[in-house]
Design a protein around this ligand. Structure first.
Ligand code: BGC
Length: 260
């Protein structure tokens, strides 16, 4: 199976976006196609949207999907900002059956991190690199000498007695109509807390808020340098495709071994 081009899809709170990705070059080879996230965003309804995206691209090859929750071997374990009915569903199976394609699902922050580490702001970095996606939630991924620690849920550490995500995400800024400076103060507190816990050498900020870096980067005071993600809102799609490529390769190897 040729694995150069893979359909990458990112499930977000407001939209499900997909594009075909050149996995060796790390960029999109088509425009992004976006369908609003169905409400309620149940697994079946979202599976229907993913099917529509594969149909839009007339796609039958491998697909990688980024999901905003913990994913263990294709199974959703948490659903902080989506419907609880996702928990414990086998999403690899559900999406593969619905689309007829070979689908691999991965945590959305892990996907974005893979893309940034291979092609973006984390390229060639050694040491400890923390990537935070700032959007509806706070997605986190840690790279140690280029290798990720999957499903690291540091968006849910406790700050001021509550989930950090409710205090310092971009959704918190919007919901509470905070000025950038006020929100930057909160986000800085969050970063300082993480720094005390894991001492990253570099922090990369991705997700929706990364496009507005000039509004809050000046207020950040961590010891580690903070830089914006390079792939911006493409990282989730590119990364999902990269992860799918990785799993397809592994599974193909396993199949060959079994045949011998
Ligand atoms: C979820 C993470 C996800 C992040 C960004 C958090 O609420 O727990 O798994 O990566 O949101 O979508």
């Amino acid at each position: 199976m040729k694995l150069k081009k893979i359909l990458g899809i990112d499930i977000g709170g407001s939209g499900v976006k997909g594009a075909i990705v050149h996995t060796k070059k790390g960029h999109l080879v088509t425009n992004r196609f976006r369908i609003p996230t169905p409400q309620p965003a149940t697994p079946e309804a979202v599976a229907g949207v993913i099917k529509k995206i594969t149909e839009h691209f007339k796609w039958t090859g491998p697909v990688g999907v980024g999901f905003p929750g913990v994913i263990q071997r294709g199974i959703a374990r948490t659903a902080a900002n989506v419907d609880d009915s996702w928990i414990d569903r086998d999403l690899n199976k559900l999406f593969s059956e619905t689309t007829g394609c070979r689908v691999h699902v991965v945590n959305d922050a892990d996907a974005a991190g893979m893309a940034e580490s291979k092609f973006g702001a984390g390229k060639g970095e050694t040491g400890v690199v923390l990537l935070i996606t700032v959007g509806t939630g706070l997605g986190t991924v840690l790279f140690v000498n280029g290798k990720p620690v999957p499903n690291l849920e540091l968006g849910h550490i406790i700050l001021h007695g509550d989930d950090a995500e409710l205090y310092a995400s971009d959704a918190a800024r919007k919901n509470e109509e905070l000025e950038w400076e006020a929100w930057a103060g909160r986000f800085n507190e969050y970063l300082l807390r993480l720094e005390e816990l894991i001492w990253p050498d570099k922090i990369i900020i991705g997700g929706g808020a990364s496009k507005k870096g000039e509004k809050f980067f000046p207020y950040l005071t961590t010891k580690a340098p903070v830089v914006p993600a390079k792939l911006m809102n493409e990282a989730g799609i590119v990364g999902a495709a990269l992860v799918s490529r990785y799993y397809n390769k592994m599974e193909n190897k396993d199949r060959k071994k079994k045949k011998k």
